[in-house]
Design a protein around this ligand. Structure first.
Ligand code: 2AM
Length: 500
């Protein structure tokens, strides 16, 4: 017997929307659905007649809104940007005080802040929730990062906790095996209240920036094994499978192993060998990097991962350059086993630096936006459902449990000790990469970040002197208190003057 009013509604029946709606219905919630093109709604409802909670198709926004129990809760899953604004504009006149609009798209966090404020002025509540895990995650358990008014979150919480991915309470391992109509039972849900207004979408963006870093770092490990050792894809697949049983245990390492073992169905060659080496991007890595520059927070490894995609995209130019620009002819002649172990360590150390940068960004943003982020919990809800899910995240949760106001992940005793032990290998890999001409932009950038961060004195003394020389930008002195600025009268440059 359908309920007179649905527990929640969802607007936007593209794949993500359909999957999230089915996930919600699988948990016994009745859900009303609406799509701008009605045929899609009809088809979707007709194709899924027997979900535990029930799907209710609606043909107009009015019908959709009227079908919801109060306070109404409705999830928007349409394209981020203009489409989201268009849907909100259509909804607002139909809503009543206290109703809750939830944007599950990949919105820019500043848009979420703007929308939350605009709706609050009308007595409506707005939650911007990051939804991570792609289509599979949406269907069987995503990682959910909601931001907005806390009281609104409490209304949404039972549904969000039910549909989120689950991890084992003791081990933190993702609980898998959900099938249509039979979701995972028990476990700790991969969702928690992130913070006010745009906090959820901000944290989702950082997740994606970290994801860019993880993916590129894995690609560099692959490039090094291929370039320095000449390994074949299947051999590398076996190595990644082995790595997946240790500290690198993660979704991305697991799928990399599978990809490297995959044969192309057409040519029967290793699949990766027939894939063109140009990578696309949708923008969240760029947003993360731009935000790092805007806030003046060093996140070079994440930015390098974005640039690595950019350089991959100029394929024709690279092919032309490859015929002109020569690299070294040096080959690696040492132990294969030792180098594989060193690449493993380089990957792990680089990963630690990349995550340290992501968490530094969140730490700075929370001050800028007055959020109170719980970094340990954020790492925890990334353990299941999302693309960066990894055993390693447990170490981050533990680090923040030890010291909630940790300034940088690298300063935590576990990470400090790990990098100390592994850095010889890390440095060996970077040296070899440079000597043999294999590009390893994120590995190298991460090491430079580590070496800069641990430097009590950087060459910026010279840089500031240059600034004072040509622009009278002043400098601070090592023998005076901070905040006192000096300038000296510099001599004319000694180079010959060019006559104008
Ligand atoms: P459609 O099926 O009618 O195109 C992803 O594109 C989803 O966003 C689809 O469900 C799409 O609806 C919806 N969408 C895109 N732009 C929209 C808009 N301006 N208003 C409402 N829905 C929109």
């Amino acid at each position: 017997m359908p309920k007179s009013h649905s527990d929640i509604g969802l607007i936007g029946l593209a794949v993500m929307g359909q999957n999230l709606a089915l996930n919600i219905a699988d948990h016994g919630f009745q859900i009303s659905v609406y799509n701008r093109t009605t045929e899609k709604t009809d088809k979707f409802v007709a194709e899924n007649p027997n979900t535990p909670g029930g799907l209710k198709g609606t043909k107009t926004l009015e019908e959709f809104v009227q079908s919801l129990a109060k306070p109404r809760k409705m999830v928007i899953l349409v394209q981020a940007g203009k489409a989201t604004d268009a849907v909100i504009d259509g909804l607002v006149p139909l809503l009543e005080q206290g109703d809750i609009v939830i944007d599950g798209g990949n919105a820019l966090w500043t848009d979420t802040i703007r929308r939350e404020k605009a709706l609050a002025a009308k007595g409506l509540r707005f939650i911007g929730s990051g939804v991570s895990g792609g289509e599979e995650g949406a269907r069987f358990g995503p990682s959910l990062m909601p931001g907005g008014e806390f009281a609104a979150w409490k209304e949404l919480k039972p549904i969000w906790e039910a549909v989120a991915a689950k991890v084992d309470a003791k081990t933190g391992r993702p609980l898998t095996g959900a099938t249509p109509g039979k979701p995972v039972v028990g476990g700790v849900p991969c969702t928690t209240y992130i913070g006010e207004n745009g906090a959820g979408h901000y944290v989702k963006m950082i997740h994606n920036g970290i994801e860019y870093g993880d993916m590129q770092m894995i690609c560099e490990a692959y490039a090094l094994m291929k370039g320095l050792l000449g390994l074949k894809p299947a051999e590398m697949g076996a190595i990644f499978s082995e790595w997946n049983t240790g500290i690198l245990d993660s979704f991305l390492i697991e799928i990399t192993a599978d990809i490297l073992k995959q044969k192309d169905p057409v040519s029967k060659k290793p699949f990766v060998d027939i894939v063109l080496d140009t990578a696309g991007q949708k923008g969240t890595g760029k947003w993360t990097s731009t935000n790092a520059l805007d806030m003046g927070v060093p996140a070079p490894t994440i930015a390098e991962a974005v640039f690595a995609r950019c350089i991959s995209a100029i394929k024709e130019e690279r092919v032309a350059a490859s015929k002109i620009l020569k690299g070294p002819s040096k080959k690696y002649r040492g132990s294969k086993k030792a180098l594989i172990a060193a690449i493993h360590d380089a990957l792990y150390c680089s990963k630690i630096c990349s995550y340290a940068q992501g968490f530094q960004l969140m730490r700075t943003a929370q001050k800028e936006y007055n959020w109170k982020l719980n970094f340990g919990e954020i790492a925890q809800i990334w353990r299941g459902g999302c693309i960066i899910r990894a055993a390693f995240l447990q170490k981050i949760t533990e680090a923040y449990a030890r010291k909630p106001d940790l300034a940088n992940l690298l300063l935590d005793p576990y990470f400090n000790k790990t990098v100390k032990k592994a850095q010889e290998n890390w440095r060996k890999v970077i040296s070899l990469a440079a000597e043999c001409g294999v590009a390893a932009p994120t590995f190298s950038s991460a090491l430079a970040y580590y070496d800069s961060y641990r430097s009590a004195r950087l060459p910026a003394n010279l840089l500031q002197s240059q600034r004072d020389f040509f622009g009278a930008h002043t400098y601070e002195r090592v023998d005076q208190a901070r905040g006192k600025f000096f300038h000296i009268d510099w001599p004319e440059p000694s180079r010959p003057q060019i006559a104008s």
